[in-house]
Design a protein around this ligand. Structure first.
Ligand SMILES: [Fe+2]
Length: 293
């Protein structure tokens, strides 16, 4: 108990020092600086009260301190804009690769990397920007006759852009053979071993029918890792997004009452939306911030 109290005091001291340090960093990333300061202030307040220090809280604090440390490093290095704020409609851009085109030789050739990045990924970026602009125009003039087409384009190019952003980052010329730390522990918990996971993922990738992706995903619902195949990423989601408000328009959701009048069902449905719940989901979702492009 005495030790835990001492630990709290040390973390409190660390948080106070970091607050001073972050305030002095010369960085243009004001939003990120505010977020880091908020987290540090929270940690400082938490460790001010040493009445009930316990092991679980200490572990959580360790994790939080590591995250803060990483964010402070990014603030200091300033070259990257890890949490660039909101991308305006139609202004996505092609991220530069975190390594040279020849860096993944001999496993992936320079020619493939150049073509893949500058042609294929660029075309997803262009397509996504175009779809967003067209949908904005549709909202402005209130004409949704082509909505199915543009929603498909939004999903196809959006998934293409977001998944490639992840793809470039999850590769490195200094790749390691096996993960470490908390990810390895979770893989072993969810797939029994890293070998079993690797075999499953490999088979999923080998057996994607036609074009697509193999993905390791985290499910916030089941608190587990899962392996998925995305045969055609345009059908019909934007991978890397988080659902907030969903409306079931399968017939089982309305047919008994509304028969084939889906429009009536959709109109009436707006009376029962629990916006408080949607807001809660939103507030949790906005805490996840990837580098934006
Ligand atoms: Fe690709």
């Amino acid at each position: 108990m005495q030790e835990n109290t001492l630990y709290f005091e040390r973390v409190n001291h660390w948080a106070l020092q970091m607050i001073d340090f972050v305030k002095q960093i010369n960085s243009e990333m004001d939003e990120e600086r505010i977020t880091v300061l908020e987290r540090l202030n929270k940690l400082e307040k938490l460790t001010n009260d040493t009445t009930y220090p316990n092991m679980r809280l200490i572990q959580e604090m360790e994790e939080e301190m590591k995250k803060i440390q990483r964010n402070v490093e990014l603030l200091c290095c300033g070259k990257q804009k890890p949490f660039r704020s909101r991308i305006p409609i139609g202004e996505h851009s092609l991220p530069s690769l975190p390594y040279d085109y020849n860096a993944l030789e001999p496993y992936i050739s320079t020619e493939i990397m150049k073509l893949h990045h500058t042609k294929h990924h660029q075309s997803y970026v262009d397509g996504l920007n175009n779809a967003e602009i067209k949908l904005k125009e549709a909202r402005e003039i209130g004409d949704f006759t082509l909505i199915k087409h543009w929603e498909r384009e939004l999903a196809f190019h959006g998934s293409g852009h977001y998944l490639h952003c992840i793809f470039w980052e999850v590769m490195s010329p200094k790749g390691s053979k096996i993960p470490k730390g908390s990810l390895l522990k979770q893989i072993e918990m969810d797939f029994s071993s890293f070998t079993a996971f690797k075999k499953h993922f490999t088979e999923a990738a080998n057996q994607v029918e036609g074009v697509g992706w193999a993905l390791l995903v985290w499910s916030p619902r089941s608190h587990r890792l899962e392996i998925l195949q995305s045969e055609k990423h345009q059908l019909f989601t934007q991978w890397d997004t988080i659902p907030l408000l969903v409306l079931d328009v399968w017939e089982h959701a309305y047919y008994l009452q509304y028969k084939n009048n889906r429009k009536d069902y959709v109109n009436k449905w707006w009376n029962v939306v629990n916006w408080k719940n949607v807001e809660d989901r939103f507030n949790k979702a906005v805490n996840i911030k990837w580098k934006s492009f």
